[in-house]
Design a protein around this ligand. Structure first.
Ligand code: PGA
Length: 255
């Protein structure tokens, strides 16, 4: 991370975990552990039905609550989906878009990721945009091409001004939930590639100001080494975001 240039962001992705009561209990437990840790933004992205309880529990703390997805249409016949305006109406500021589980299990493509991102930005939300290569692509030596292509497609039509509201999460798919973490060098290298692609679209100034997180089995043990790297501006954390002490240790590593 490089706090002189850009904001460090430590975000939890709860995925399909926590009922409202469990979320409330978790927030109460994690609040004192992260209080005053102001060198990074702290966000938990929650299932839709849990957001309200989590927000109420986090009120007045340094914890922000986000969503895990959003639809691109403002309203209409999209059964099971939730619009950006609906999220804004209940005060949600952040949303994860393009997580690899959405791409893998729910047919998300770079095109729908791009549409969702635009809709969220237009509604005034901040987006955690996820991308990353699968194992076969890394083994084939095409990681840079894959993340470069995803970066360009996912950001298509998004302005330099809107980039202020984009956080990119580099998440190698082979590292998510597997216990396999990218080495700090691999994380640094690929985050730097993404930054270079952002620079090629928007110029160096925008690229240097963009927060690029690493995600994929980040935990209390490996966070410090990963966050030491200049281009790794935070973490998107799944498993370890469900345990207050583990998550708080990652926040500590970012101080
Ligand atoms: P993990 O998940 O930390 O459990 O690997 C990260 C993510 O999916 O964002």
């Amino acid at each position: 991370m490089n706090p002189a240039k850009r904001r460090t962001v430590i975000a939890g992705n709860w995925k399909m975990n926590f009922t409202p009561a469990e979320a409330k209990k978790f927030i109460k437990a994690v609040t004192p552990l992260v209080a005053g840790k102001d060198n990074c933004d702290i966000i938990f992205c929650a299932p839709y039905v849990t957001i309200d309880a989590a927000m109420k529990a986090a009120k007045g703390t340094n914890i922000k609550i986000g969503a895990e997805n959003v639809h691109f249409a403002p309203k209409g016949a999209y059964t099971g989906e939730v619009s950006a305006d609906m999220l804004k109406a209940i005060g949600v500021e952040y949303v994860i878009i393009g997580h690899s589980e959405r791409r893998q299990y729910f047919g998300e493509t770079d095109e729908t990721v791009n549409l969702r991102t635009k809709a969220a930005l237009e509604a005034g939300m901040k987006v955690i945009l996820c991308l990353g290569e699968v194992k076969e692509q890394r083994l084939a030596g095409i990681t840079d091409e894959v993340v470069g292509m995803q970066t360009k497609l996912d950001l298509a039509g998004i302005t330099a001004e809107q980039m202020k509201n984009i956080i990119i999460a580099y998440e190698p798919v082979w590292a998510i939930g597997t216990g396999l973490t990218a080495t700090p060098e691999q994380a640094e290298e690929t985050c730097a590639v993404i930054r270079k692609v952002v620079a090629s679209i928007y110029g160096k100034e925008v690229a240097e100001a963009t927060t690029i997180q690493y995600g994929g089995s980040m935990n209390d043990k490996n966070a410090a080494e990963l966050l030491k790297k200049d281009d790794v501006d935070g973490g998107l954390i799944g498993g370890a975001s469900l345990v207050p002490e583990k998550f708080a240790a990652i926040v500590d590593a970012a101080q």
